[in-house]
Design a protein around this ligand. Structure first.
Ligand SMILES: C[S@@+](CC[C@H](N)C(=O)[O-])C[C@H]1O[C@@H](n2cnc3c(N)ncnc32)[C@H](O)[C@@H]1O
Length: 218
């Protein structure tokens, strides 16, 4: 079941997934379909989405955002974790990834909770700000080059006490290897450093999936 994990012990990852992941059957149906489809390496890992769903429930979040939808796996799990009056703003630049998968949102009866924006995410974040939207939770999982911009713009949209989860912050371990000086690795290193020194947030890097930087706005 596990993909995109930093854990070297596959047996242990399987144990974690089997003992922890409790996503709905429709969400797992979407995941299994996407796992056998193209670009499956872009899927979030199930136990990471399990953690994110739990955080949404702990916060009793009403308004949330996902930056980077892909097949809508995380979107569906997050929509299910929201209360009936909750809303998830979901943005991606490419609608060909999600189009064949929207049927799972319909099957799970959550399509009305999802507002999908197909545009560069920075444009969508600007639009949400202009519309006066305030958010309780944001999941950032899109192009790494824009991660620092997404962080800054997301902070503006977030309520005090709101939470941001940023995916891929350990970047397959490359962030800790000085030999990797490509722009994506450098951007992620810089973002982790900004967050670590940012008096606006409390934060912690969690070694789940490809690494999640979890932070709360003070
Ligand atoms: C890693 S996938 C997201 C995985 C998804 N969160 C999940 O739960 O499985 C990254 C997505 O970001 C999207 N993306 C890349 N650049 C973008 C941009 N500038 N604006 C919006 N979305 C973008 C890609 O099209 C892709 O679908």
């Amino acid at each position: 079941m596990s993909i995109n994990t930093l854990l070297n012990n596959q047996n242990l990852q399987t144990y974690i997934d089997e003992s922890s992941v409790n996503l709905s059957p429709i969400t797992m149906e979407l995941f299994e379909h996407a796992k056998s489809d193209e670009y499956s390496h872009m899927l979030s890992s199930p136990n990471q989405i399990q953690m994110i769903s739990l955080i949404i429930k702990m916060l009793n979040a009403k308004q949330i955002l996902e930056v980077g939808v892909f097949r809508g796996f995380g979107t569906l799990a997050m929509a299910e974790a929201l209360s009936d009056d909750g809303k998830i703003y979901a943005c991606d630049i490419n609608d060909s990834f999600i189009k064949p998968y929207i049927k799972y949102w319909e099957k799970a009866n959550v399509k009305d909770k999802v507002q999908l924006y197909i545009a560069p995410a920075l444009e969508t974040l600007e639009k949400l700000q202009k519309d006066g939207i305030k958010l309780d939770f944001i999941y950032i999982d899109a192009d790494k080059e824009n991660y620092i911009n997404y962080y800054e713009e997301s902070l503006k949209l977030l309520n005090q006490g709101g939470v941001i989860a940023i995916d891929n912050v350990l970047w397959s371990g490359k962030v800790a290897d000085k030999n990797h000086i490509d722009s994506q690795t450098e951007t992620i290193r810089k973002l982790n450093s900004i967050i670590h020194n940012d008096s606006r947030v409390d934060a912690c890097i969690i070694p789940i999936g490809d690494g999640v930087n979890l932070l709360r706005k003070r």
